[in-house]
Design a protein around this ligand. Sequence first.
Ligand SMILES: Cc1cc2nc3c(=O)[nH]c(=O)nc-3n(C[C@H](O)[C@H](O)[C@H](O)COP(=O)(O)OP(=O)(O)OC[C@H]3O[C@@H](n4cnc5c(N)ncnc54)[C@H](O)[C@@H]3O)c2cc1C
Length: 395
Amino acid sequence: MTTPDRTIVAVVGAGPAGLLLARLLHRAGIGCVVLESRDRAYVERRQRAGILEQGTVDALRACGAAGRLDREGLAHDGIELRWNGRGHRIDLPSLTEGRRVWVYAQTEVVKDLVALHLADGAPLLFDAEVTAVTGADTERPVVHYTHEGAERTLACDYVVGCDGFHGVVRTAIPEGELRTFERAYPYAWLGILADAPPSCEELIYAHSPRGFALHSMRSPSVSRLYLQVPVGTDPAAWSDEQIWDELEARFAVDGPWRLNRGPVTQRSVLPLRSHVTEPMRWGRILLAGDAAHIVPPTGAKGLNLAVSDVVLLARAFAEQASTGSAAGLDAYSDACLRRVWRAEHFSWFMTTTLHTAPDQNPFDTRLQLAQLDRIAASPHAAAELAQNYAGLPVH
Ligand SMILES: Cc1cc2nc3c(=O)[nH]c(=O)nc-3n(C[C@H](O)[C@H](O)[C@H](O)COP(=O)(O)OP(=O)(O)OC[C@H]3O[C@@H](n4cnc5c(N)ncnc54)[C@H](O)[C@@H]3O)c2cc1C
């Protein structure tokens, strides 16, 4: 592919945020170029999120990117919370006016969007690492990147940082212009992928005296499971058998229940943190997805927030292209942050209600159990959880 040196919107990063934004802009006839530091195979294999909210599915459908999702995705109408040896099911549709979630891995969303983008002949450069953005406070910002051993530049009207938490676009904003809010949690997740049919039809979030565990899945033959582990845990320090034994202990429940075991094909340790950067726009730079905010994965919100950011952003660019009004772009940061903070709160709530902190005392544990009992007893408390979990409508 020839390397363009001028576009309207330079999109940095080909994760879900960058790829979906590029698709929406391309369909609206707005020129954009996506620059991604990694190669295609790496981006398509990176194991991350797997729960899509109703609004995310609707957004993918609306731009013609849900064909395989509709064939292969698993629609889920509930989740189970498990504590004190018993389970309680949260029925999503009845508590949310019909909303549900889909199990469809982020890897598959990324593969689908990359394939569509390339089929459209839209510019998407892999192995193109952005090193700096200059002129963001002018009308002609410039993105500096390396590609095929050469240093290149891309002049544009706007730069959108969809380059994740460790990206460079955010660092082009002068420090005094941004505020960051963050919390690091005193535990991490050991996540595995296993060639084992899921042991349950819906996700199980388990509170246990031994720590949190989550049973999820990727397909009818692949399970995705997580264990709360201490910060700094080496994933290789646990044998497969230890992982399965610990999962079994944490999911223990009165009555029949069996954990299906199988070969562990991938494992990694994920730190848990909350982080928000405000504002999400400065000059001609806009931030979207993990580049602007991180949530602990307990609420399954990271990928879904990335999608809702770029749906709003694409609409604002389209409005500017058709009417000349920059009102949507000017309102972008505030509109996103309202939703971001709701998701931050929910993710924090799920995390702190279900995990056992290293310094947790019996009083703290009783509070967690009282909260879980309340969710089981009160339709209002259950509805609050369900509405947050299934996700608010995307703007
Ligand atoms: C390691 C990890 C594990 C996760 N696991 C889970 C999980 O188990 N469950 C869950 O619900 N959520 C999980 N999440 C959260 C969820 O996957 C993210 O919220 C989601 O990926 C956000 O999408 P994004 O497009 O904003 O960012 P990303 O998916 O991070 O995409 C950013 C892209 O930018 C590229 N990039 C970075 N720097 C540059 C540069 N300088 N130049 C060009 N390109 C650049 C990166 O290579 C990447 O492709 C995880 C996140 C991470 C980081």
